[in-house]
Ligand binder design. Structure first.
Ligand code: TNX
Length: 604
């Protein structure tokens, strides 16, 4: 008899730190020698007993991964069962070792196994992470990033062909004695770890030990991303979210191989990052939010913590300071920046387009230089986002002049400038990136900016905006760009979406979450899941893998994983969730409550 699975762990509570989901670095590990709870011993004994029995097939199939891997070659005769005394062996490299530690942190809570990490060679009877030590593939000139066009097909017959993988690719080999993940970079290894996590039974998400046979389906996966930029945005300005909430969003990104977190750090309702040279931005401008709550802001230490936590998970933070519009909070703190030099009252509503810093005053450019300089100095990633959307009250020439100078200021910090696609008419700046959030497939002004050298991040509001409602009865969210159920989130092709834009101009895809009506971590997760994995698959998987019925089935298996981990999600009727979906305390739906009127901003 296989061991009886224990009851599903309680859900809805914060998962323990050791699961890597709460945003806290763990103080102590379950399953470390000397710290093992009795339940871990029980789990181990049950697993050993189970190993003596005729092994049933692995519960997960090798191809059941989101986002879909590029190449999957199952070998049902090669399933691997993780033994209680398995070790994790890793190439002697600090970044690879850190990935191995993260793998151990992911597996220890549910298995209760010690899973020591060793960077010495040993028998290949456990989990092995091998850093290929080969040069990462270089993108071709012209910014081409859709590696489907630029690299040779993967040769699965080659022993460990990491040279064919892009910078973030990996190869995962499962055979009866163990699992080997090979990659050219630590980022690739971590993506392989996320795949391995999904190949284990759903109970691996349990924060406490579970009696389970930890079987991994046999065969080989070779995988690499379609786009270099795969992201999500969190608006921490309309409502402020404390550091642990942001770290948990990073965990969700990493789980689905997304590699950029765009933080919308300023807007009319709040300024969310401390700036030493203009201190009142945070202390005065950060003191409220939509609906009039207390707001908040990140100190430099808070922001560094987010950046470091993300970096460990190979996620790059992209900070946005929205200019010249969406600046009411800044004007409450420094009225000298306002066109009429009068401090406006704090704004806690949800209208847009009414505020702006004075583009005709040199003091404004001193402010922009100081702020962007400080944010750049805190940010190791290559990008600085200057917003640029909905400055409705600034004339076209003054706007273009402002953007030109802001772009120069960013260049002076050594960063690459990103802006919402409204900056398109302004002069080209070397390497600039436009984030397109339109709803029509034809945008001649943006196509022209691309001809002048701009690259694009695609966030079509009618597919990728995670603040849109799923359905008319969704309790939070907007509908100005339409309703976005999971099928709609999945139903577009970033490589062919915008007319007159060549595929190689597309750097990648981002799913923004605006938070006018979003007030808690549960709300964030409810809107993110299950749509974020749909966006992730568009950004990561080859177009040839695009297949709604298959995606829907693969995604369904994530419901029990989220519930087991205590993660809220929308149980969308598009998805054939397993009948045995563990009960979530709130049914996964945020509590209905009065929320700001989401009757919506104008269509772009
Ligand atoms: C438009 S998209 C905005 C935001 C709102 C959002 C609500 C963009 C660049 N600007 O200011 O929060 O709609 O969906």
């Amino acid at each position: 008899m296989p061991p009886t699975p224990p009851p599903t762990p309680a859900t809805g509570q914060e998962p323990p730190d050791s699961l890597g989901l709460s945003g806290q670095e763990p103080p102590a590990r379950l399953g470390l020698p000397g710290h093992e709870p009795a339940a871990a011993d029980l789990a181990r004994a049950a697993s050993l007993a189970a190993g003596d029995l005729l092994a049933p097939a692995a519960p997960v199939r090798l191809g059941d991964v989101v986002p879909a891997p590029e190449l999957v070659t199952p070998d049902p005769s090669a399933d691997f069962t993780l033994p209680a005394d398995a070790a994790i062996r890793v190439s002697p490299d600090p970044a690879a070792r850190d990935v191995a530690e993260q793998l151990a942190d992911l597996l220890r809570p549910a298995t209760g196994y010690p899973l020591p990490v060793a960077d010495t060679p040993g028998p290949a009877d456990g989990l092995t992470l091998t850093l290929g030590g080969v040069a990462a593939e270089v993108a071709p000139p012209g910014g081409g990033t859709d590696r489907g066009d630029v690299t040779a097909p993967i040769d699965v017959a080659a022993p460990v062909n990491v040279t064919a993988l892009s910078a973030e690719g990996y190869r995962l080999d499962v055979h009866p004695d163990g699992v080997r993940i090979s990659a050219a970079t630590a980022a690739g290894l971590l993506h392989g770890v996320q795949t391995l996590r999904q190949l284990l039974p759903a109970a691996i998400e349990s924060p406490t030990p579970v009696a389970e046979r930890w079987v991994v389906p046999g065969g080989v996966i070779v995988d690499r991303p379609r786009y270099a930029y795969r992201g999500a945005m969190l608006d921490v300005a309309r409502h402020f979210f404390a550091v642990p909430d942001v770290l948990r969003v990073v965990d969700h990104l990493a789980r689905y191989k997304l590699n950029h977190l765009h933080l919308h750090l300023s807007d009319d309702q709040g300024w969310r990052i401390a700036v030493d040279s203009w201190p009142r931005l945070a202390t005065v401008g950060g003191a409220t939010q939509v609906g009039g709550g207390p707001g908040g802001y990140y100190t430099a230490a808070d922001y560094r913590r987010i950046v470091a936590y993300a970096a460990r998970r190979h996620v790059t933070v992209v900070p946005e300071i929205d200019l010249p519009g969406h600046t009411n909070a800044a004007l409450t703190a420094y009225p000298e920046l306002a066109p009429d030099k009068v401090a406006p009252p704090p704004y806690t509503g949800t209208d847009v387009g009414f505020s702006y810093v004075d583009p005709a005053d040199e003091r404004t450019y001193a402010f922009v230089t100081d702020v962007l300089g400080e944010v750049a100095a805190l940010t190791p990633g290559p990008y600085l986002h200057i917003g640029g959307d909905e400055a409705f009250k600034v004339g076209a020439d003054a706007y273009a002049g402002f953007v030109r100078r802001a772009q120069e200021i960013v260049a002076g910090t050594g960063k690459t400038v990103v802006g919402w696609h409204q900056i398109a008419p302004a002069e080209h700046a070397e390497g600039r990136i436009l984030q397109w959030w339109g709803t029509k497939a034809d945008d001649p002004v943006v196509a022209d900016a691309v001809r002048r050298g701009a690259r694009l991040i695609l966030s079509p509001a009618n597919h990728a905006y995670l603040d849109m409602k799923y359905a008319p009865d969704t309790p939070i969210g907007h509908n100005w760009a339409g309703l976005i159920d999971v099928a709609r989130a999945y139903d577009w092709d970033p490589g062919a979406h915008l007319a007159d834009v060549p595929a190689e101009a597309v750097l990648g895809v981002e799913a923004p979450l605006w938070t006018e009506s979003v007030t808690s971590l549960a709300d964030i997760e409810f809107l993110l899941l299950p749509r974020l994995p749909a966006v992730a698959e568009l950004a990561w998987s080859p177009r040839t893998a695009h297949d709604w019925p298959a995606f829907r089935d693969r995604l369904a298996a994530h419901g029990p994983r989220w519930t087991t981990a205590g993660i809220t999600f929308h149980p969308s009727p598009d998805i054939p969730w397993p009948a045995t979906l563990p009960e979530h305390p709130t049914g996964g739906i945020p509590t209905q409550r009065p929320h700001p009127d989401t009757a919506d901003t104008p269509t772009p």
